[in-house]
Write a protein that binds this ligand. Structure first.
Ligand SMILES: *[C@@H]1O[C@H](CO)[C@@H](O)[C@H](O)[C@H]1NC(C)=O
Ligand SMILES: *[C@@H]1O[C@H](CO)[C@@H](O)[C@H](O)[C@H]1NC(C)=O
Ligand SMILES: *[C@@H]1O[C@H](CO)[C@@H](O)[C@H](O)[C@H]1NC(C)=O
Ligand SMILES: *[C@@H]1O[C@H](CO)[C@@H](O)[C@H](O)[C@H]1NC(C)=O
Ligand SMILES: *[C@@H]1O[C@H](CO)[C@@H](O)[C@H](O)[C@H]1NC(C)=O
Length: 850
């Protein structure tokens, strides 16, 4: 029903962009809805699993389906963490299933994805193990050389794409005596195995290496932890909630103490079933560490589910100063310069080139964009071309036609261009380099006749031009419903770790998936060191000993972007003061009253000496996701205006073993309500002069505006919201009546874009003559609990195709085709904050013929 296909043609991209600005054609891009699995749901029943009440609820639920004559199939029963089942039932019965009182929750089956960068490696070469560079910036090197903590006897569960257990980093063994992998199972049918062997994906093997690898100089954070490997993500990088829930149940049964969860659905909510699972694990005293998500380009509120769960430790990605990178050595004017390559395109592997000629590729007009035939001699050469004006495929085709050996594209801005994906196959190894390097090479090549290049698959250490800042792709918080997210950051870019042997043994990957296992490894070390679970205090030190990062102007990045900043493993493990704040640091919502907000911070001295501390307040950049004219702002707008903070006392002196608390009051009354700011900052406790101790940071955050003053419907783009014909995608005249045949591709499609989190959207049918009077309901299964939608292209929107069906509110199981007549669809949109009023969009008139 949804059109999600992309058709690629040479040169189409450039054309499409100019066409867009001229006409109101709406670009068709896949939306998150492409991850929905039709006709399958995870239902939880009222009552706890295994209790008589829970069993009775399950029986009642299925009896109700029978009474209502709704056909269903049970695919999975959940009886450990969840009281529920994964069932097949037609989407049109969503509202009917929802109306059954013993259904506590009904979750559309949404595939979770691990959308990190694909592994950067040479699939044919066995790469040697190298040390993890990031360990120098996170206290992990210090832990390694000055403590005995290595994860011994701590059970860590990994729910991911499996592992290549033949890899030496995991002892080349599986479940045998003395093997570190002692638990595991495969839930995905694509490998035809019951064990979780990963030879097709690599993601799980890479993250497992970061967490617990051990092979010569390559060491994970907890290199001797015991592992449980639950394969719930397939070769295609997708995981069904059916398997993820089963894997979480098994991890619990196997006694895992830390579970690292590798998947997420964009735009998550804390009551989605994956978040519920995290909450259940936590209730069983299992720590869950999750990646915040790689949707940072979409701006605020993009932390994925289950990272949004209040009880998960949600980890974003921080750039650190030194990184490994693929590269090429350019020899020009007698000097050899290593030049960083960003990720290579994925379909044509780069060949090893030694002293190959290196030249610019110029058109007959003398430009180096490669958009028209290359006019100079580039035979057998690596050809340098600039980004822009035509697709990378066109550039590659022109270089290929001129006889070039490889394409090097330099960027037109300072960002990393990332992976090249060809729109059609061009048999040319291609890679990208950074703008500054490209410009420097242009000058050198113009001044020197003979330049050569050597490229292979090894990596070289480079300075990271983005350090030290949150990675651009790392999802922003806050959780639209409450707690501060992300909780903290760990290194996640260009991380060198294990890959399946058939993928080269080692390679680079980037993403918050690389950051999360770093923290999961630290939690394993903390458990080994004796940090007890119900002692939130010690665990909260993972967060409070992290180091907030500042930009070049000395301003702290927003808590919404960095949580408490970069993890410090050594400080977390050796902190003496503990603060009980992990689950109660507040976010203040919807400031209607412009009041002040007091809260308490509790502490305990676990050390052997008196602790003398002082307090200070640090203001972060305030951010706004809403621009002037209430147009969604990505990246978020920033402001140096912040809240003010006062303390009940500015210092503490506490004896060994004693505890206490202090009060903090936040006042935001000076902030401009019209700027729609989310303010944040840290309360910092630091050792008083003459004393030793760490700096602890407690984040706070709040909304300095009433969110009901914003329209959630973004009216900025292409005239959205609007109705289009499925076959055309042109916004239709809102005041005219439009007739549809409801066959082929002649269906009405409503396009909407949200600029603030939307908790729920309901769709009603009304007669066009009485457009505010609901006549029937439309199944809205994939809209309930839909978050704000938009991706980094800025084009993404909610797309609802109406098939002409509906049902009376009182008989949801009776779904019928609306008879001949004129109708409108009425969208009732419920923004996330409870004080918010429902907002409406009414479609143009839709005429159903006989
Ligand atoms: C789930 O439980 C029901 C009721 O106990 C049972 O009939 C069914 O066979 C089970 N299905 C699966 C897939 O385990
Ligand atoms: C231990 O690691 C820290 C952090 O990298 C380093 O500064 C220190 O020199 C190392 N000490 C030893 C004994 O290797
Ligand atoms: C690693 O852990 C095992 C238990 O799983 C333990 O027997 C062994 O001594 C540990 N090795 C080291 C070097 O600590
Ligand atoms: C590139 O040059 C550096 C020295 O500048 C050298 O260490 C490295 O091995 C060279 N790499 C290749 C692939 O030749
Ligand atoms: C840990 O969790 C992160 C994020 O949820 C995930 O991307 C990564 O793959 C996981 N790591 C392991 C070892 O499972």
């Amino acid at each position: 029903m949804l059109s999600t296909g992309r058709v690629y043609q040479a040169g189409l991209l450039a054309l499409a962009i100019s066409a867009l600005s001229a006409q109101a054609q709406v670009p068709r891009l896949p939306t998150d809805n492409s991850l929905l699995v039709p006709n399958e749901y995870l239902i939880t029943f009222t009552g706890e699993p295994g209790t008589s009440e829970g069993i009775a609820a399950a029986n009642d639920f299925f009896a109700s389906l029978k009474t209502k004559k709704i056909p269903y199939t049970i695919y999975e029963n959940y009886t450990t963490l969840l009281n529920g089942a994964y069932i097949g039932v037609e989407d049109k019965y969503y509202d009917a299933v929802h109306s059954i009182s013993t259904a506590a929750s009904i979750s559309a089956s949404r595939l979770s994805i691990t959308d990190d960068s694909p592994p950067i490696n040479d699939k044919s070469t066995a790469n040697p193990p190298l040390p993890m560079l990031a360990d120098e910036y996170t206290g992990v090197n210090l832990v390694r050389n000055s403590t005995k903590w290595d994860g011994t006897n701590v059970k860590v569960g990994i729910i991911d794409s499996g592992i290549d257990y033949n890899h030496p980093a995991f002892g080349s063994c599986y479940k045998t005596k003395g093997c570190r992998i002692q638990y595991g199972h495969n839930y995905v049918s694509d490998t035809g195995r019951t064990d979780p062997l990963d030879t097709c994906n690599g993601h799980g093997t890479h993250v497992a290496g970061i967490l617990a690898g051990n092979h010569g100089v390559f060491k994970g954070v907890a290199p001797n932890a015991t592992l449980g490997i639950y394969r719930a993500v397939g070769c295609d990088n997708k995981g069904s909630v059916q398997h993820l829930a089963k894997a979480a149940e098994q991890a619990y049964k196997d006694g895992m103490q830390v579970v690292n969860i590798s998947f997420g659905s964009p735009g998550g909510w804390s009551d989605w079933v994956m978040s519920t699972l995290v909450d259940k694990l936590r209730a069983h005293q299992i720590h869950v560490v999750t990646g915040a998500g790689n949707n940072g380009m979409d701006g605020l509120w993009t932390v994925v589910s289950p990272a949004v769960s209040r009880y998960s430790i949600a980890v974003g990605s921080m750039e650190v100063p030194k990184i490994y990178s693929l590269y090429m050595n350019v020899t020009v004017g007698g000097k050899t310069i290593p030049v960083r390559r960003s990720e290579q395109q994925t379909t044509v592997p780069l060949i090893n080139l030694k002293d190959a000629p290196f030249t610019r590729g110029l058109s007959s007009a003398g430009d180096d964009y490669g958009c028209s035939p290359i006019a100079n001699d580039v035979k057998g050469a690596v050809v340098l071309i600039q980004r822009q004006y035509c697709s990378l495929t066109t550039k590659a085709a022109n270089v290929y036609n001129a006889g070039g050996a490889a394409l090097a594209v330099y960027n037109t801005d300072s960002s990393d261009m990332g992976v090249i994906i060809f729109e059609y196959e061009v048999n040319l190894p291609s890679f990208t380099i950074f703008q500054n390097d490209g410009q420097a090479l242009v000058a050198l090549l113009d001044a020197n006749k003979d330049a050569t290049v050597t490229v292979d698959h090894s990596v070289f250490v480079f300075d990271n031009q983005f350090a030290t800042a949150p990675a651009f792709y790392s999802s922003w918080g806050p959780n639209p419903e409450g707690p501060i997210k992300p909780d903290l950051l760990a290194p996640g870019s260009y991380i060198y770790s294990s890959l399946p042997l058939n993928q080269g043994s080692y390679g680079l990957m980037s993403g918050t998936s690389m950051a999360a296992p770093y923290v999961a490894g630290l939690v394993a070390l903390l458990i080994q060191s004796g940090a007890t679970f119900d002692d939130n205090n010690l665990m909260s030190n993972v967060i409070h000993t992290a180091t907030p990062a500042k930009n070049a102007a000395g301003q702290f990045y927003s808590v919404a972007q960095q949580g408490t900043g970069l993890v410090n493993a050594y400080n977390a493990l050796t902190a003496n003061l503990a603060f009980r704040t992990r689950y109660n640091l507040p976010t203040y919502y919807d400031d209607f009253s412009y009041s002040t907000y007091p809260f308490a911070i509790y502490y305990e001295n676990h050390g052997k000496e008196v602790a003398n501390y002082k307090f200070a307040a640090k203001t972060c950049l305030s951010v706004s996701g809403v621009g002037t004219g209430t147009v969604m702002a990505t990246p978020p707008l920033t402001s140096t205006a912040g809240a003010s903070v006062s303390f009940s006392t500015t210092s503490l002196s506490t004896k060994a073993g004693s505890n206490g608390n202090f009060q903090v009051t936040i006042t935001n009354s000076k902030l401009d309500r019209k700027a729609f700011l989310i303010y944040s900052g840290y309360i910092q406790a630091y050792a008083a002069s003459g004393s030793t101790g760490y700096t602890y940071s407690f984040p706070y955050m709040g909304y300095a505006y009433d969110s009901s003053s914003i329209s959630v419907l973004d009216k900025s783009l292409y005239g959205l919201p609007c109705m289009v014909r499925q076959s055309e995608y042109q916004c239709l005249d809102p005041s005219a009546s439009h007739k549809f045949t409801f066959t082929g591709r002649d269906f009405p499609v409503i396009l909407l874009r949200f600029q603030a989190p939307v908790a729920q959207m309901m769709i009603k049918v009304a007669y066009a003559a009485t457009p505010t009077k609901n006549h029937a309901s439309v199944e809205d299964y994939f809209f309930s609990l839909q978050s704000r939608t938009m991706d980094s292209t800025g084009y993404q929107y909610v797309e609802k195709v109406w098939d002409g069906m509906g049902h009376a509110t009182s008989t949801p199981q009776n779904v019928y085709k609306m008879p001949k007549g004129k109708y409108v669809l009425r969208f009732q949109i419920q923004p996330v904050r409870t004080n918010n009023k429902v907002q409406y969009y009414t479609s143009p008139t839709i005429e159903i013929g006989s």
